[in-house]
Design a binder for this molecule. Structure first.
Ligand code: AGP
Length: 617
């Protein structure tokens, strides 16, 4: 979603901001803009389209000031136009503001401001904020002559606001400072040497500093080049904790790959190693986690697990459900976070709640988590971004440790979530009835996963050729059973996201109850045909598709005996333990979707309408 960068220091602010905005492009946006304080005025440029368009307009000779704010906008209120792009400037020309989030009561505020003579140039909810700041500034005894601090005007404004926000504000009477504030939209303060940066995402500031302060909901920061302060909406001073970002700017670089998605697909063996590191017991029979904050005895009290997430992370929950029920014999419920938070589902008393989120900022997942906590449940999280809102608000959790995921289509974060789900199933199973020997076999299987993934990745040229053959299809079916049903859903989601081909994932046997109507020569079906008790059933489903002239791509266990001629293409995957199978089976569908999207000339890392982290409802 929208991206925020603000800079105050000694350098040309527009250059720093443009570099930060480029690093935020992956979040998804439709327009970009910046405002710089210089010569006692606000210089503003904003345009629909890419950051390069803005960069051309914001030539350094025009923007020479050292205090500025910049934004990439993902439209919510108001169409994609130059006027609706941020920053917005108050109608008296004194304040500029950028905003992520949604101001729900903007209609009332706008009516009030119009009655006081303020005017509006955009259709956005955001513009009310800068005009309300101007109103509070002008209203003070000093008559807007600089007697009343910017921080206080922002604070007064935010007290009237319902909704969500991450904002950064400049004022012409405050040449060397910006004010930032957040509620439910992430905001990080990067602490530099004689300079400070505000950003919605660490990747925007990692090139300048690794020292960061994660602002909490309801906090405001006054940010001059040195000695920033943090306080709350009710004027309580906060002692900020400065954290260190552990990954480097290289981790967020494309490193010679055509796309971040490609880079991240091929990083998966290493990412899986990182997710597992230090998380097996000394006797090699179970998993161990440092941050769950529950004792084994407390885990034994749990009768049921409830998982919530969105999108790809929701698919990871479905796989976790399968493995936990299978190996720990504990019942698991999985809900879309967006549904859970409103449907008031009855929860058993001894339910343990888990959320899964790569970004840790998905607003629906955060909302579901807060709802569960409000009801008194303990909530644990799988999360990749250290210091994210979910990581900070959860009662405990497990970091994925896969480094920044920049591609909008999640790949390495997904397989790492599958790994954590498999490890949790093992841990819970060993607390119950899973034997020592079965535990050792399970651990060894997990440790083998990176090598197996590497073997599937070696088939990239073969999968690319298959992608070229089917890239013109208008519909795809992805069909799998048991733990591979979620991988079928994930395959369909991946393809839709980046190639814009209509795709559906289904349990293979359910295909007869509707989706089979789509089958034709132009609708390929991707089947997971793996050895095991349901192999023959899957083969029967394949026959039914073949009988209707549907092309078949089979992702099949090496050596599995498919009837000759049944599959048009076969992608072999290694035979492996049930806990690892979803991870291994994910790789071919990631590669297939990626190569199809490339073949169709799609912008893989910035798919239309999508955002990396969905921070609005
Ligand atoms: C993944 O390819 C998607 N872009 C999307 O479904 C994503 O998984 C979802 O928005 C949840 O994000 P999160 O893991 O950051 O919460």
């Amino acid at each position: 979603m929208c991206g925020i960068v603000g800079y105050v220091g000694q350098q040309n602010a527009s250059s720093v901001i443009l570099e930060g905005l480029k690093r935020l492009e992956y979040r998804g946006y439709d327009s970009a803009g910046l405002a710089v304080l210089q010569d006692g005025k606000l210089e503003v440029a904003k345009h629909i389209g890419r950051v390069e368009v803005l960069a051309k307009a914001a030539a350094p000779h025009r923007f020479h000031g050292t205090t500025g704010i910049g934004h990439t906008r993902w439209a919510t209120h108001g169409g994609v136009t130059d006027a609706n792009a941020h920053p917005h400037v108050s109608s008296d020309g004194k304040f500029a503001l950028i905003h992520n989030g949604v101001i729900e009561n903007y209609g009332q505020i706008k009516k009030f401001l119009l009655s006081r003579g303020y005017t509006f140039k955009s259709e956005t909810d955001t513009e009310v904020l800068c005009n309300l700041i101007a109103y509070h500034y002008a209203k003070e005894p000093a008559g807007g002559q600089g007697g009343f601090p910017l921080l206080e005007c922002v604070r007064k404004t935010l007290r009237h606001v319902e909704g969500t926000y991450g904002i950064a504000v400049l004022g012409i009477d405050f040449p060397d400072e910006m004010v930032a504030a957040r509620k439910a939209s992430p905001l990080i303060l990067g602490v530099g040497d004689g300079e400070n940066i505000i950003a919605s995402d660490a990747s925007a500031l990692i090139g300048r500093t690794r020292n960061v302060v994660y602002l909490n909901d309801g906090e405001l920061a006054r940010v001059p080049p040195r000695n920033f302060t943090v306080s709350t909406l009710d004027q309580t001073d906060v002692s900020p904790v400065v954290d260190q970002i552990t990954w480097s700017v290289q981790d967020a670089d494309i490193d010679g790959h055509a796309h971040f998605m490609e880079k991240e697909i091929f990083e998966q063996p290493q990412a899986l190693e990182n997710t597992m590191r230090g998380r097996f017991s000394a006797d090699g029979s179970t998993a161990q986690f440092g941050g769950l904050n529950l004792t084994p005895a407390e885990f034994r009290q749990v009768d049921r697990l409830q998982f919530c997430a969105c999108g790809t992370a929701w698919h990871a929950c479905l796989v976790a459900e399968h493995l936990i029920e299978r190996f720990a014999r504990l019942p698991v419920e999985v809900d879309y976070a967006s549904e859970f938070r409103y449907r008031n589902s009855p929860l058993d008393r001894n339910t343990l709640f888990f959320v899964i989120s790569q970004s840790g900022e998905t607003i629906d997942t955060l909302g579901a988590m807060r709802e569960a906590k409000r009801k008194g449940y303990r909530v644990l999280a799988f999360n990749n971004v250290v210091g994210s809102s979910i990581a900070r608000e959860a009662d405990g959790g497990i970091y994925q440790h896969v480094g920044p995921e920049i591609g909008v289509a999640s790949t390495k974060a997904f397989t790492s979530q599958l790994m954590l789900g498999a490890m949790l199933a093992l841990y819970l199973g060993r607390l119950r009835d899973l034997s020592f020997n079965d535990g050792v076999e399970y651990v060894n299987a997990l440790k083998a996963a990176p090598g197996l993934v590497r073997r599937v990745l070696e088939q990239a040229p073969h999968i690319r050729a298959i992608a070229q053959r089917f890239a013109a299809a208008s519909d795809f079916l992805f069909l799998g059973r048991l733990s591979l049903h979620p991988i079928a859903l994930e395959g369909a989601l991946k393809l839709k996201e980046i190639s814009y081909i209509h795709a559906e994932g289904y349990p293979a046997a359910e295909m007869k109850h509707g989706p089979i109507a789509l089958v034709s020569e132009k609708c390929p079906s991707v089947f997971f045909a793996v050895k095991g008790e349901i192999f023959n059933k899957v083969v029967s489903s394949m026959q039914e598709i073949k009988a209707r002239k549907g092309p078949i791509i089979a992702i099949a266990t090496e050596g599995a005996e498919l009837p000759p001629g049944l599959a048009d293409e076969v992608i072999p995957i290694p035979d492996c333990h049930e806990a690892v199978l979803p991870i291994v089976a994910s790789i071919p569908v990631q590669l297939l979707s990626y190569y199809i999207a490339v073949e169709r000339g799609c912008d893989v890392d910035k798919p239309r309408n999508l955002a990396k982290s969905v921070t609005v409802e």
